[in-house]
Each structure stands twice: as C-alpha cells, then as structure tokens.
Design a protein around this ligand. Structure first.
Ligand code: ADP
Length: 170
C-alpha cells in the first residue's frame, strides 16, 4: 500500500540517515541560502566541486550527486520554480521537480529518499498548494513504481508539519 511508503518528519533534512536527500537548488547548482546552504555546509566542499561539473540545471529538472560528508549517500538537486503568482506554470514545474527526482531515485534503485518543501522558502510558493502537489505527485509515482521504496517529507516548522499531516491522513 502506498500509504505505508510515505513518512513525515519535522526537522533538519541534513541529519537524516537515508539513501538520498533532495536539495531545493537553484539553476546554477552552485549553492545558495535556505536548505541549499545547509546541505552544502553539511556535505562539505567536495559537493561544490561535483556541482561545478554539472553545468547547472533547468527549472523543474533534477540531477544527482554524491552525499559526501552527509549520512545520506546521494543528493538529488532539483530546481523549483519561483512563485510569480501562478501564471507561469509554477504548479506544473513544481510537479516536475517531484517527478524527475523520483525518476532518478527509481533509476538508481534508491530505497529511501527525503524531500524538503521545494520552492516554499525563498522562492515563495504557497505552502499548502506546494504540499498538495508534493503529496499527489509522490502517491501517483509510488502507485506505478516499486522504487523508491519509501519517501519521507521533511518539514521545517510545526505549521508545515500539520499541513502535510492533514493531507497524508485524508
Ligand atoms: P526555495 O528556494 O526552493 O524556496 P528554501 O531553502 O528557501 O528553498 O526553502 C525550502 C523549504 O525548506 C522551506 O520550507 C524551508 O523552511 C525548508 N528548510 C530550510 N532549511 C531546512 C533544513 N535544514 N531541513 C529541512 N527543511 C529546511
């Protein structure tokens, strides 16, 4: 059952012992603020060296690197859309972030992957709509695929945790 393959944690994604964590990266893949900065800090400088070789990443697309000093073996870098009011395909681009990250996990036979709330910080995507897209796209993917075995949503506030809790319970 798909429900058993989805988990929710409130906390710091950089501390998780999972096969892969997802980074809310930007088009350059060269680091930034928010969770991106936290991941680069925790993974160490070799992450930036590998990212420099990737030639950036388009919005809605994803690329994988090693996890370096993280407990997580891999980092899937996905580039969420900046929210401009919803008229620039932001929902479709956010859905694509989840689809392409999960497709990489499937291809690499990653068992457990953890997602932060892509685009919901500096990029300003409305949190409830973002959570709905995250949960829907993930359930849709898990319904059709055996990998990843488990998806963990990682929130960074009690409010976001409750938003996901309600969606996952319904
Ligand atoms: P974006 O630029 O895609 O909006 P941000 O990093 O600004 O990315 O924020 C994305 C989400 O990640 C936000 O909801 C933010 O609260 C959350 N976040 C920030 N740091 C962490 C962390 N260490 N672990 C988990 N989530 C985090």
């Amino acid at each position: 059952m798909v429900k058993k393959r989805v988990e929710l944690i409130n906390g710091d994604i950089t501390s998780l012992d999972v096969d892969a964590i997802v980074n809310a990266a930007n088009n350059s893949l060269l680091g930034g603020g928010g969770v991106d900065g936290a991941i680069h800090n925790a993974a160490g400088p070799d992450l930036l060296t590998e990212c420099e070789s990737l030639n950036g990443c388009q919005t809605g697309q994803s690329k994988i690197t090693s996890g370096y000093r993280l407990k997580a073996k891999h980092i899937v870098h996905t580039v969420g859309p900046i929210w401009y009011g919803g008229y620039r395909d932001e929902p479709e681009l956010l859905a694509s972030c989840y689809q392409t990250s999960l497709a990489i996990a499937k291809e690499k036979k990653i068992k457990t992957i953890a997602f932060p709330g892509i685009s919901t910080g500096i990029y300003g995507f409305p949190k409830e709509l973002a959570a709905l897209i995250a949960v829907n796209e993930t359930k849709r993917f898990l319904n059709k695929n055996n990998y990843p075995e488990k998806v963990i949503f990682v929130t960074f506030s009690n409010e976001s945790y409750e938003t996901y809790r309600k969606l996952l319970d319904s």
